[in-house]
Design a protein around this ligand. Sequence first.
Ligand code: ATP
Ligand code: MG
Length: 300
Amino acid sequence: FNQHSSRLRIATQKSGRLSQESQALFTSCGLKINLREQRLIAHVENMDIDILRVRDDDIPGLVMDGVCDLGIVGENVLEEESLQRQLDNEPCDYDILSRLSFGGCRLSIAVQQEADYQGPTSLAGKTIATTYPRLLNRYLKQQGVQARIVNLKGSVEVAPRAGLADAICDLVSTGATLEANGLREVEVIYRSKAVLIQRKNVSDAAQLKIINTLMPRISAVMQANESKYIMLHAPKAKLNEIIALLPGAENPTLLPLAGNDEQMAVHVVSSETLFWETMEQLKALGASSILVLPIEKMME
Ligand code: ATP
Ligand code: MG
């Protein structure tokens, strides 16, 4: 493909934990993607954008080397690659355009269930297996602890049982994998989410125009994803108490109910969802007909 075309090239994960949500984000932003088979490049039909589908490990480098204009990747992979490139004196410039609302996880140190652990100093002289040697090395340095790092590309969680390491440093979201492998999470060393990054020095006017169209749409989708539309009927006497329970509801809409002087309808856009506990509290205050609706798009 043409290096000098002004079509915008976005690198995304081909298949894995970020691919579905990256895809969904593009679709929500109005991109019509022709996703035939397992193609490396998918052309967007209604905008001058090409989506490159690659291993997530390759995404930071593609953007930092200027081969792709944008990329969606986990901060953990991005930061690891940056540290490695700084060490190797390779280019590692990029801008973060947006922190996305998916791909959340943490990079944690875990030890065997029965191991004695009193804090980071317990790791001194131990062997730790990880896919993120640079991030782990930075953490150990900060803690002033010397340990041996074994770099494994996969199956990190079985390393202690296999006798390859005393501890591991791996990505965790629920902790179920750790538990299934007889491991105990003892330190969180990095918290990550997916981010949208851009190469330095994008100067092509057509490309900038596409980015400027895309960005407000992405913010709108992210904001909508994190928000809910809440509707309920509230007794007038308890209005203030009920509104105080609604998360992030600055300006609720209050509407009269036909033929009912005791109650009002309350509508709010909430910055978070309602938990069951809050719904039960609302009900206890006399609220009824409580609805929590997803929001598809939002522009302020
Ligand atoms: P690839 O084949 O593209 O190299 P991969 O196996 O390296 O894929 P995935 O397991 O698909 O990567 O994870 C991609 C990213 O998803 C991670 O780098 C991380 O940012 C994020 N992520 C979110 N939750 C988790 C989790 N529980 N475990 C691992 N990664 C997670
Ligand atoms: Mg990978």
